[in-house]
Design a protein around this ligand. Structure first.
Ligand code: SF4
Length: 452
């Protein structure tokens, strides 16, 4: 029996790809092992979103190659590199990593079992590069998948790829054009998960707000024009249907794009109590100058107005966002506007990325790249503003009764906290893991809350 080890790096979207690979391997009768030394085949599912992620992925591959060279037990082990790094550098990696036995991309994740069978029959040194350009793959409700998340929490990938032109981002080149699943496919998967005991469903894709619109007949909505849900399936129609599934669970929206928000989506969330009062909406900046250079299809006035409409339309909503500082051409005035915006808006949850110059993006070719010391200083300052804002929000929670989902003994998340991204709340260790509980916030410590 073939034993397979897996190292899964990167975001939740990559994690689902790993889960799909494990599902197919198990279906083919292969077993998974957590011990790399015992694996006949080691798959490294990589990330290459920004420089740090690339370094981590390359490091993991080198570590596996070195360990194989040093260990007698691993002498015959095959190494497969999957995921965004192999998809992005499909031409370069085979030459740079001759010790790797095979490179696979997004379109090969369901073929992983026969690929491994083929590798086992081959001599060492015969490298395969199976990556195809412009991936098309999107999972379905019956795609074999073995969940790697806790029993009470699951991700559903509702779409794949991205049609946005953000000038700093390499994702559309890696993951291809936006393609949505059908609403029925997502609903079937959600029903299965809820029946199996899942208490929190996290909807993910590159742009969750664009769900369904790639399938509309005729003209698609332009950015900032609002979305007319009567034209076909959309995130609004999906969450209304998800909310109607019987059971006690949260639906969480991750990775929404501000350009395709609409009043209908705001209304759909407001009238769907199972949708967590939380949205993740990366804004990247607030200065018109930056948003235009970033090609974010939004501007400062639009974003400010959208935030107002969301907060007015969905009482109690927590907004999570991310920003990029040190983007080429960012002036002191642009940066100061951003810090002031963070201070004013008091986002419940937020993060800041230090701009990463990614080859083959438009931004990488721009003049006026910002010195790394300036970028670091701006990152620190923006992070301090965010910390003040989160502490302000946490202070307001003291004395409130909140519903939490218990993650592990003594640790839970509120509706304001997405798994693996946001903060936690410390609760009574006796509360059962994987269940909801109502707790009262006693105090806050930095980013975390403590319940009585
Ligand atoms: S919306 Fe922009 S940042 Fe997000 S994946 Fe698409 S191109 Fe990249």
């Amino acid at each position: 029996m073939i034993k397979v080890g897996l190292v899964s790096l990167g975001c939740a979207k990559n994690l689902i790809d790993s889960e799909i690979m494990v599902g197919h391997l198990q279906q083919a009768g292969m077993t998974m092992t957590p011990e790399a030394d015992l694996a006949d085949v080691l798959i490294i599912n990589t990330c290459s979103f920004i420089d740090m992620a690339k370094k981590e992925s390359v490091g993991a591959v080198h570590e596996a190659v070195d360990a194989r060279g040093e260990s007698k037990k691993r002498k015959r082990q095959k190494i497969i590199v999957a995921g965004c790094l192999s998809q992005r550098f499909s031409q370069e990696l085979p030459g740079l990593m001759p010790e790797v036995d095979a490179f696979i991309g997004l379109d090969q994740i369901t073929q992983v079992a026969p690929i491994i069978q083929g590798l086992m029959d081959k001599d060492k040194g015969e490298q395969e590069n199976l990556v195809t350009r412009q991936p098309q793959y999107i999972p379905d409700y019956d795609t074999p998948r073995f969940r790697l998340t806790p029993k009470h929490m699951a991700y559903i990938k509702i779409a794949e790829g991205c049609n946005h032109p953000c000038s700093f981002c390499i994702i559309p080149r890696i993951r291809g054009r936006h393609r949505s699943r059908t609403q029925e496919s997502v609903l079937k998967e959600a029903r299965q998960l809820i029946e199996s005991g899942v208490k929190e469903i996290n909807l993910i894709s590159q742009d969750t707000t664009y769900f369904g619109m790639d399938k509309w007949e005729g003209e698609r909505p332009k950015p900032r024009s609002g979305v007319d849900s009567s034209k076909g399936e959309s995130l609004s129609t999906l969450i209304r249907e998800l909310n109607a599934i019987p059971g006690d669970f949260w639906i969480r929206l991750l990775y929404t794009h501000p350009a395709h928000w609409s009043d209908d989506l705001i209304a759909a969330i407001a009238e769907s109590p199972k949708v967590a009062r939380y949205i993740d909406m990366p804004l990247q900046h607030i200065s018109d100058h930056m948003l235009s250079l970033m090609k974010r299809e939004t501007d400062g006035a639009y974003i400010r107005d959208l935030l107002k409409r969301i907060r007015a339309g969905i009482p109690g909503i927590a907004i999570r966002t991310t920003f990029i500082v040190g983007f080429p051409g960012e002036t002191e005035a642009d940066f100061n506007e951003l810090v002031q915006f963070i201070e004013d808006e008091k986002f419940e949850r937020a993060g800041v990325f230090n701009y990463s110059r990614e080859e083959d993006t438009r931004a990488a070719k721009m003049e006026d790249q910002i010195h790394h010391m300036t970028r670091k200083a701006r990152w620190n300052e923006a992070m301090r503003a965010i910390q003040r804002s989160v502490e302000h929000v946490n202070r307001l929670q003291v004395g409130k009764k909140l519903r939490v989902l218990v993650e592990e003994p003594g640790v839970a998340r509120t509706e304001m906290d997405a798994p693996d991204i946001d903060t936690t709340i410390f609760v009574d260790k006796k509360l059962p893991v994987g269940s909801f509980a109502d707790v009262t916030v006693k105090e806050w410590r930095g980013y975390d809350l403590v319940a009585g």
